[in-house]
Design a protein around this ligand. Structure first.
Ligand SMILES: [Zn+2]
Length: 453
């Protein structure tokens, strides 16, 4: 604690955020409860670290000289974590009415080809990053581009804003338009070059990213494994078991693999901090392998609904011990909002009736924050608002006259307030966003700093 004498002589070096705070440090699927307080003080140091937390009156008494930011007209939650989102597809959001393979061919892949042009890629990178933060997403595992210069543009923009982005070069050597294909050697060389530049630089990390087994031969998956070996601490991400036609086709392409999960596992690509998107149609042996490898699944319910991919078997994942978090899967997903993904996840489990897992608002907040941080190996830094964590936070402050504004003023419990945020909340309700103590969104507007450092 800073002595009052020092506080009078020096500029304030800490800030106290006063707010109604909701977060989930303990797993509600294992009995953890929502942590909440109506008048909490969170003390944040200049480096973005939370140094104290408690009842505001007590915190204020211990930090008499510090500035106070009063957020009691909103609800403060941890920054949201998106574990699966495609940077080149921000302009492709909203193309409805197609199943996966048709949507890829007609919508997503033609747009992704355009990122070959560096100027186009830089513009999309700016749109993508601002879309994330405007939705309250502060940490993301981002599916990159097939073009190295475009991936570099993403990392550059994310670093400018201070976003916690893990991403990488997307690689494929078959089944896609020719402009998106590469060779195993080129895939390795370009990935290692990008990883050397960005992995561990500021808040950026590298993710080895074959698009999916359907478009990745055994040699290019071997190249991916070699990049992982050459890049300690790198993540791995791809797609799995999204659509029944896709699963069937992958089976014909890998006659020696026991199943879709095995197409990655046999190349040594599954480990803790590997994240596979979707897994709507897993077999029990596949779930056992994922659990054994501590590989997480990014559940993307809006995308699964929009493409008609299927109802996610959450109960089977939980039963097998597979970690699950949420992803928006933009642009098959219908927007950046992780609130919407939480609500759609809730809907899906309801529609599964007796085979669904009932989800409470506390479950949804966990899936939207700390579960994502755990999946990405960032749980020691973000995911909740405990002492020692970085102040990555979102203040939800809905405009007057909206149903969410009315609801938050008239609810009886914190759990009920959280339910209203997931049911009614969207980008327009994300009023303020901080990453590492740096305020990036203020009053609903994304700031454009020259650099966060
Ligand atoms: Zn995807």
């Amino acid at each position: 604690m800073m002595a009052p004498e020092e506080a009078r002589d020096e500029p304030s070096r800490r800030t106290i955020y006063r707010a109604r705070v909701l977060d989930t440090p303990d797993d509600p699927f294992a009995g953890g409860a929502l942590r909440s307080g109506d008048d909490v003080g969170i003390v944040v140091a200049d480096d973005g670290t939370i140094t104290a937390r408690g009842d505001f009156t007590a915190v204020r008494a211990d930090h008499a000289g510090e500035a106070v930011v009063d957020l009691r007209d909103g609800v403060l939650i941890p920054g949201l974590v998106d574990t699966h989102v495609h940077y080149p597809q921000v302009r492709a959001i909203g193309a409805l009415g197609m199943p996966l393979l048709e949507w890829l061919e007609k919508c997503a892949l033609p747009e992704e080809c355009k990122l070959a042009a560096p100027d186009y890629a830089r513009a999309v990178a700016a749109e993508f990053c601002s879309g994330l933060v405007a939705a309250g997403t502060t940490t993301a595992l981002v599916f990159g581009s097939h073009f190295a210069a475009a991936v570099d543009a993403l990392f550059t923009e994310a670093a400018r804003l201070g976003l916690r982005v893990t991403s990488g070069l997307v690689v494929s050597d078959r089944e896609l338009p020719g402009d998106l294909l590469t060779t195993p050697q080129r895939a390795y060389d370009e990935a290692v070059d990008l990883a050397e530049r960005w992995h561990g630089t500021g808040r950026s990390r590298y993710a080895v990213t074959p698009r999916f087994s359907l478009s990745a031969s055994e040699p290019i998956l071997d190249a991916c494994s070699a990049v992982l070996d050459a890049t300690p601490g790198a993540l791995f991400t791809s797609h799995v078991n999204e659509n029944t036609a896709e699963v069937e086709y992958v089976g014909t392409l890998f006659p020696d693999a026991s199943d879709y999960v095995d197409t990655y596992h046999r190349h040594g690509l599954l480990k803790a901090r590997s994240v596979l998107a979707h897994n709507v149609h897993p077999t029990d042996p596949e779930l056992d392998v994922l659990a054994g490898r501590r590989t997480a699944v990014a559940h993307c319910p809006s995308s699964n609904s929009a493409l008609g991919s299927g109802l996610f078997p959450l109960a089977r994942h939980l039963g097998a011990g597979v970690p699950v978090a949420l992803g928006s899967d933009v642009g098959a997903g219908t927007g950046f909002s992780i609130f919407k993904e939480g609500l759609q996840a809730y809907f899906m489990q309801r529609l599964l009736d007796t085979s669904g897992h009932p989800l409470s608002p506390t479950h949804l907040l966990w899936l939207a924050t700390r579960a994502g941080a755990l999946a990405l190996g960032l749980d020691d830094q973000v995911g909740d608002l405990s002492v020692g964590k970085q102040f990555d936070a979102v203040c939800v402050r809905p405009p007057g006259g909206t149903a969410l504004n009315v609801g938050l003023r008239h609810c009886d419990s914190d759990e009920e307030a959280l339910g209203k945020i997931f049911a009614l909340g969207g980008d327009a309700d994300v009023a303020d966003v901080w990453i590492g103590g740096w305020q990036l969104v203020s009053g609903g507007f994304v700031r454009a700093p020259l650099s966060w450092t």
